[in-house]
Ligand binder design. Sequence first.
Ligand code: SF4
Length: 443
Amino acid sequence: MQIYPINFYKECNKNITYKNKDNCQSNVTFTSFFDKFHHIVGETTQEKYIKSLKNFVNPDYLKLEGVQNGIEVFDGLSARQILSNLRDLLYIPIVRGCHNNCTHCYLSAQPHVVRASFEDFKSFIDGHRELNKRLQVDFAKKKLNRNEYVGLFYDSDGSDLFLRDKHGNIHEFPELNRMQYSVTGVPGLFDTAGWNVRNKSIQERMERFVQYYSDKENYSTEIHAINISVNPFHRIYAKSLEFGKTGEIEKSKKLRQIYVERMSNALFTFSPLFKNDRAHILARSFPDSQKGEMFDGVRKSDYKKLVSEIYSDFKKKLFQDYTGQQKYVKSNLDLLLIDDAVRRGLLHCDTHLEHLGRLLDSFKDLLVSFEMLDSNVLSNISDNKFMSFIKRSTFSMIDINGRVYRTNAFNSYKTDTCLNYKDMKNFEMDFLPKPDKKVIKYK
Ligand code: SF4
């Protein structure tokens, strides 16, 4: 009997293909396959392997109870509390808050930054690894998490992602992402809206980042996507618009130039990644049809003017490098490839902005009707159906204090699960979507 597992997580809920002794191919659901042939296949290695996956994908929490005993970070939590959240872990932010203070930030990130404790983060990784061992599940190989990526951020910028341990050592994104990948098996995501060009330590950190992911092996196994966000919403550009409106033209021009330089520097620094299609541009603006004074300066036509300045500054840097130091551009082929990737990325501007965070006020009417719909639906739903919604439509996020939330783009829920973090257990910072009053109980 041959079994062709492609992706077990998906197969468990869908079909599994096998050949019977007459060499006929059949399709049955994974669960019925397992039940039907359990007595025939016996305890082969393959069956043990399938069983361990079945335990994880559709676990019998009562039977698994105790598997977590003695793992400090999970102390006091039930198997259900832990396992229900690990299977669809989407965010393990290591930093909360963001200095960029973008006007559109759909997460309404707080403008001050708080860092997780490296020791807390490590205790989670070590605990997860020990659990994998006991469950005989190798996440990294079996792709058991249902998400395409895990973000080490929630409402912060990629250029800010590093931790300092108790001895003062700095742990940068590639190392931390490798740690999370080694236990979840899910590649990481990286987004940045640029950084202050005069900040030498961030610049050097970003250069080390680029160097690390220029290695094909590191990139292809550990990373889902690397993005640079270019848009007319950044605080610096927004401030330049404000000065423009009050007639302070010189100040307005100066800030605009700072934003242009910031973004052209980020694009230039990421050149080696653009060359190999390993970095992408997320460009956003409002459509030109968007009415209202508050959208002046952030429509697509404004975006076009802004990026033409960014692009021309970027090209200057690229040529200077090619004709001088050749740090990134060593040949005319490099020049063509990098230029092509950046130009294409800047040209494609997304104007469908569904989640507008700080700009939501202008969409109040629409939101009121949604909120009413949400609360009506929720008050009439049974607990089982509600939990089924939570399981299917939300993902878990472990805040830097160890609290686990379930969230998607529209709703967030606090759960009764909190990891035993030591250093940051008293930390609290709001986030969007604001958690509902209802607490998800797994215990
Ligand atoms: S949109 Fe992103 S970069 Fe801008 S403030 Fe929010 S989290 Fe920071």
